[in-house]
Design a protein around this ligand. Structure first.
Ligand SMILES: Nc1nc2c(c(=O)[nH]1)N[C@H]1C(S)=C(S)[C@@H](COP(=O)(O)O)O[C@H]1N2
Ligand SMILES: [Mo]
Length: 534
């Protein structure tokens, strides 16, 4: 490489770096600023929220099923990478055409501003909501202009120098290298300061509120306690999910990229529409009502056959029936459109809230609701997939005609009504696992089956396409929870095998073997595992 081309390459790198630095300072500054405000997402989050709302259904399903809890960081990371690439490009373009570079930056900034202005998760006033992206725009434009100017000065000088017989001994170019360095360091400092402020002030106010409620929770005695879990409910087979899912292991599905921050003392639930009397409940009001405790298995409509988007918890809350009785539903109204703090919506039939004994829940497994699971208050409806009933961070309920509502997922092609389908899952063995027979030569196969609000009557397994064999069932705790099953294969032959499972509910319906994808109302088909015996 010649001296000149090496200098050119360095200059290009510096220009790209200048673009990234300027964007980084703008976005980090904006994120620090939004951390200081309530209900104002940072520009990167607002843009990511737009991606979530506009993404095609297949992509969202792919994310939920393949990345699980990591889908959110992966999305935000992807948005960040795109920003870095665009910002580096703007910097490079700026070497020759600074005005164009500033134009590109301005367009990106305005796009972020538009995303912020239309962000459904923002709860602050529209003016406050666009402040961080305006700051991002101002900071990245000014720092980019500064950095490019410093680079341009250097280039001119170096251009002169290349014409000289002895390059390198130019005091002037050393001075300007320093000038660029100073500008770059100042920009970097703005970015770092934004990062620190985000770190220090970005914590959810709800976290403190949750800790406070946790210490009062022990004094909260439900009027109606759940009966103890009967002996034999959990069969204790190794490798099978525990009967009660720990909060930390409970699947999480929602459109929230940052968990809505709702301290209990600011929470209210407004119930309006076709009601005798409009009502606004505070958290204290809710705790003053009749609390009941129930074990309920929740399931996501996106759960694939054999999937893990399902879990069982003990919930404490106020029966939705009591709430609806309190407001008095006017004749003709048969639906409730619930809205969450982050603007997600969900429609449920009034009859489902009554018949399925839905709860407005405040506690999950003896703790306040975890922030990701809806703190301080969420709905839980037994027997309905989460998207059509179990609103987290619930803030509003509009009573009206079910057929008139167009909630979030219905707008995206999912069914308005989605009762949970009877399903069964093999937990042990896992795919291609090699099982070692016990001392008596047997191997134990096991898993869970569910048919919420109906109950499981029978689970059968089929080994290597042989006869269907009835599995042993755990004791039934409640029809609203899953039921454990196991099958002991007394004399397995060494080598490769398959096992298939199917359940029959108490209505006499056996799971269909037809396989269907989750869209639009839940997956069907039998779970099959290939494994081997040692
Ligand atoms: N506010 C809000 N509530 C929501 C959702 C959401 O995206 N936003 N997703 C629903 C879906 S699709 C499911 S399956 C359940 C999941 O509840 P969990 O995350 O506590 O398991 O929440 C439901 N409630
Ligand atoms: Mo879901």
């Amino acid at each position: 490489m010649t001296h000149m081309s090496r200098t050119k390459a360095t200059t290009r790198l510096q220009a790209a770096g200048a673009g990234v630095l300027a964007a980084g300072a703008g976005l980090a500054g904006a994120s620090g600023f939004s951390a200081l405000l309530n209900g104002v997402p940072s520009p990167v989050i607002s843009v990511s929220n737009r991606v979530v709302d506009w993404a095609p259904v297949w992509l969202i399903e792919f994310g939920k099923n393949n990345f699980g809890l990591a889908d959110k960081p992966i999305l935000i990371g992807t948005v960040a990478i795109v920003v870095v690439v665009l910002a580096a490009t703007a910097g490079l373009v700026g070497l020759k055409r600074p005005t164009l570079a500033l134009g590109i930056t301005a367009i990106l900034g305005l796009a972020a501003l538009a995303a912020a202005a239309t962000d459904r998760t923002a709860t602050a006033s529209p003016f406050l909501v666009i402040l961080p992206s305006m700051l991002a725009l101002a900071v990245s434009l000014s720092t980019l202009a500064w950095l490019l100017a410093a680079l341009a000065r250097r280039r001119e000088d170096q251009g002169d120098r290349w014409l000289r017989p002895h390059p390198g001994d130019d005091l002037h170019s050393n001075f300007d290298r320093r000038r660029f360095l100073v500008a770059a360091m100042a920009t970097g400092a703005v970015a770092a300061a934004g990062g620190v402020v985000t770190r220090v002030f970005g914590d959810a106010a709800a976290a403190g509120s949750r800790t406070e409620f946790a210490s009062n929770l022990t004094t909260l005695i439900p009027a109606e306690k759940a009966p103890p879990i009967p002996n034999g409910t959990d069969l204790g087979v190794r490798g099978v999910t525990p009967y009660i899912t720990r909060n930390g292991d409970f699947y999480r599905i929602d459109t929230a990229l940052t968990v809505p921050d709702v301290p209990a003392d600011t929470w209210t639930l407004r119930i309006h529409g076709d009601v005798e009397e409009e009502l606004e409940l505070s958290f204290e009001d809710l705790l003053g009502m009749r609390l009941v405790e129930r074990r309920i298995t929740m399931t996501c409509v996106s759960n694939e056959v054999g999937g893990e988007l399902i879990g069982t918890a003990t919930w404490i809350g106020v029966p939705m029936a009591d709430i609806l009785d309190l407001v008095g539903i006017r004749g003709g109204a048969d639906g409730v459109l619930a809205t969450s703090d982050d603007g997600w919506t969900c429609a449920t039939r009034v009859s489902d809230f009554y018949d399925r004994q839905a709860l407005l829940a405040v506690a999950m497994n003896g703790e306040p609701l975890p922030l990701e699971h809806g703190f301080p208050v969420r709905v839980v409806v037994p027997g309905l997939y989460g998207m059509v009933g179990s609103t987290k961070w619930v803030r509003g309920m509009e009573i009206g005609r079910f057929a008139d509502f167009e909630p979030y997922w219905t707008q995206r092609g999912w069914d308005a009504e989605a009762p949970i389908k009877t399903q069964s899952r093999i937990d042990t063995p896992t795919g291609f696992q090699e099982l070692t027979p016990a001392d008596d030569g047997s191997v134990t196969l096991g898993g869970v089956a569910w048919a919420q609000t109906t109950g499981i009557a029978k689970v059968e397994v089929q080994i290597d396409r042989g006869d269907w064999l009835e599995a042993d069932l755990g004791t039934e705790d409640s029809v609203d929870t899953w039921r454990m099953w196991k099958h002991t294969w007394a004399d397995p032959t060494p080598g490769s095998h398959t096992i298939t499972v199917r359940a029959t509910d108490k209505g006499g319906d056996t799971q269909t073997s037809d396989s269907a994808r989750p869209l639009p109302n839940g997956a069907t088909g039998w779970h099959t595992i290939t494994f081997s015996v040692a």
